[in-house]
Ligand binder design. Structure first.
Ligand SMILES: NC(=O)c1ccc[n+]([C@@H]2O[C@H](COP(=O)([O-])OP(=O)(O)OC[C@H]3O[C@@H](n4cnc5c(N)ncnc54)[C@H](O)[C@@H]3O)[C@@H](O)[C@H]2O)c1
Ligand SMILES: [Fe+2]
Length: 390
């Protein structure tokens, strides 16, 4: 674990704009940065809702050519990414605007990289392997969850059950544009799942064993947990609350900055096979394994979780020892997910017990994440965690 004398590097986008309604004014904020021809990357649901229209209108108002790629699916596949790249090459894109949840933003990031550099994706997977240069990139999140707008990571589903990531500072956008109004219509189930994803980012970043875990990430993670823990129930129950929506979007971005520089660990490693194979939303996949992974980690990390328990749940400030606070923290997280209406068992999302062994084998491929976990995880441990979650 990092202490105050340990060296670290902290990367974040050069500009983060946070303002209600700002996505309608991208002509003022981002048009110059993007050049003449913009590849606009989003998903079909957002397109149907018309949520992107004011942003597209603003770019066209500024005289830009906008080519729309609206075929991004949840947990985007390699084929989808390559179609976005082709579209960008065909239209001669000078810049990329990603608009949507983590799925659209992740595709936008790699489209900007691959169109800009022409490099081979097979050599870019992993940490620090991308070469660049990338095209100018602006990211506009419409979920309050992944924090992808401020992270160097892009996650692509390369085959059934296997997600791969490209992590590089090149994936950080030139501008992250946060407009809480865009999240007002986010349905309760997606608000809950994405909000819990953001909480997991903060928890895993804070406890990460990464050599780059650092005081900035830790501070951001705590602030994120206060905003997210304090507002997630209101955001789910009363989606129109601008106060709660703003807090969630800000909280998810801060959690994103935290884990961008102090990466996540076993909760995400064990969540990926659930999302990748069974198409369970990313946040729900995390929630399903969250209490079980934290319980597994507790022998090594109870004192760390105890430090942040009161940030998420102020009522846990009861002056007890760290073991008791950690146990109460895990129970509170499980109870929160239940109150938010999320499923709590793997069997409830249609996963048969016979799949658990393959899932454990798949989770072990996430060495990039597992090395950050406070306690070493073997394949047998992963299987035991899945069994507990089943
Ligand atoms: N890059 C990163 O740092 C990072 C971190 C965590 C997760 N991820 C990845 O992000 C993806 C998950 O992203 P996500 O959870 O944001 O969901 P998502 O992008 O997959 O979107 C989920 C659904 O929500 C809908 N939606 C989004 N915004 C909406 C809005 N404002 N109103 C109504 N509907 C809306 C979409 O149309 C879609 O149907 C996964 O692929 C995951 O692996 C990336
Ligand atoms: Fe996540």
């Amino acid at each position: 674990m990092n202490n105050l004398t340990s060296p670290f590097v902290f990367h974040t986008p050069p500009a983060i704009v946070f303002e209600s309604g700002v996505s309608r004014r991208l002509d003022e904020i981002a048009a110059k940065r993007l050049g003449q021809t913009v590849l606009f990357v989003t998903d079909p649901g957002l397109r149907r809702l018309g949520l992107c229209d004011p942003t597209i209108g603003a770019l066209r108002r500024a005289g830009l050519e906008v080519t729309i790629f609206d075929q991004v699916e949840a947990d985007p596949s390699l084929a989808t990414l390559m179609r976005a790249v082709e579209t960008g090459q065909r239209c001669g894109a000078t810049g990329v605007l990603g608009f949507g949840g983590g799925s659209s933003l992740d595709v936008a990031k790699l489209a900007a990289l691959l169109v800009g550099s022409g490099e081979d994706l097979d050599e870019a997977w992993g940490v620090g392997n991308a070469k660049g240069p990338r095209l100018p990139l602006v990211l506009v999140p419409t979920t309050a969850g992944t924090g992808s707008e401020v992270t160097p990571v892009s996650i692509i589903t390369v085959s059934e059950g296997e997600k791969r990531g490209v992590s590089s500072p090149l994936n950080l956008p030139d501008i992250a544009v946060l407009d809480p109004e865009l999240t007002i219509g986010l349905p309760p189930a997606i608000t809950a799942a994405t909000g819990v994803d953001a909480m997991v980012h903060a928890i895993e970043a804070y406890a990460s064993k990464s050599a780059n875990n650092n005081p900035i990430s830790k501070t951001l993670a705590r602030q994120a947990l206060q905003l997210l823990g304090g507002n997630i129930e209101t955001a789910v129950a009363d989606g129109k609350s601008m106060a709660a929506r703003s807090a969630m979007l800000l909280g998810s971005m801060l959690a994103g900055q935290a884990f961008a520089n102090s990466p996540v660990a076993a909760v995400h490693a064990l969540a990926y096979p659930i999302g990748g194979t069974f198409h369970v939303p990313h946040g729900l996949s995390n929630a399903l394994v969250l209490p079980h992974v934290l319980r597994f980690n507790a022998p090594e990390a109870a004192h760390i979780y105890a430090e942040i328990a009161c940030d998420a749940f102020p009522r846990l400030d009861r002056g007890e020892g760290s073991q008791a606070i950690c146990a109460a923290f895990i129970e509170e997280l499980a109870a929160l997910c239940k109150r938010l209406g999320m499923q709590t068992r793997l069997r409830e999302v249609g996963i048969g017990e016979e799949h658990l062994a393959k899932m454990a084998a798949d989770a072990m491929k996430q060495t990039r994440l597992l090395v950050n976990n406070p306690r070493e995880v073997s394949e047998a441990d992963a299987l035991a965690i899945y069994r507990a979650a089943w």
